[in-house]
Design a protein around this ligand. Structure first.
Ligand code: 5GP
Ligand code: MG
Length: 185
């Protein structure tokens, strides 16, 4: 028999304590709502979801379980490096094996903070001449967001606190928890 998983009220990662901020049920509601919106917006298409690792793995898994139409999924990583030029930080997409030319693509991100990561990413992606490009992020920190990109699907807005859980980590720990936890003090 499946056992309901234990929802911890607080967790400790290294020297830091975190308190439950978004319980699993609220996350699942947001995920299901995004899935519904995507399903109606993409009717008749076979979209390609591009999931940005590592943080988005849990969001991606739960979201896709709520998508009833045919779709594909690809997992990518971003490598940032300083280019010796005035352009500063350049992001390279690693692991994009599909030909995305002309395809409807939905980028899946765990959290958007400043928006720099996604702005970089969509810039790189457009070099591959995709069709429609949509962005779905589970979380958004509106107080910090200054990106020049449109976020088509946003699960929840969150304050500018450092959070972990549901894929998000603190130095590698915390990704496994079903809820989202915010740092105490
Ligand atoms: P941005 O480029 O939008 O400023 O940052 C986005 C990335 O920063 C996210 O993909 C995530 O990896 C990381 N990030 C932003 N805020 C948080 C947070 O509160 N907790 C964790 N664990 N990562 C965050
Ligand atoms: Mg991320």
């Amino acid at each position: 028999m499946l056992q309901a998983s234990l929802i911890m009220e607080t967790i400790k990662l290294y020297d830091k304590e975190f308190i439950l901020s978004i319980p699993p049920a609220r996350i699942q509601e947001a995920v299901a709502r995004i899935a519904k919106e995507i399903t109606s917006d993409m009717a008749g298409e076979t979209p390609l979801f591009i999931s940005i690792l590592n943080g988005s793995f849990m969001f991606t898994s739960d979201l896709l379980k709520n998508i009833g139409m045919n779709c594909q999924v690809s997992f990518v990583r971003l490598s940032s490096y300083q280019e010796v030029s005035s352009t500063g930080k350049v992001t390279e997409i690693i692991g994009l094996n599909e030909d995305i030319k002309g395809r409807s693509v939905i980028i899946l991100e765990d959290i958007v903070d400043t928006g720099n990561t996604l702005e970089n990413f969509t810039g790189q992606l457009k070099l591959h001449n995709p069709g429609k490009v949509r962005i779905a992020t589970l979380l958004l920190k509106p107080a910090v967001f200054s990106g020049n990109i449109r976020l088509d699907y946003v699960g929840m807005e969150v304050p500018d606190d450092f959070i972990v859980g549901y894929g998000l980590d603190y130095n590698g720990l915390g990704r496994n928890f079903e809820g989202i936890y915010k740092i105490i003090n």
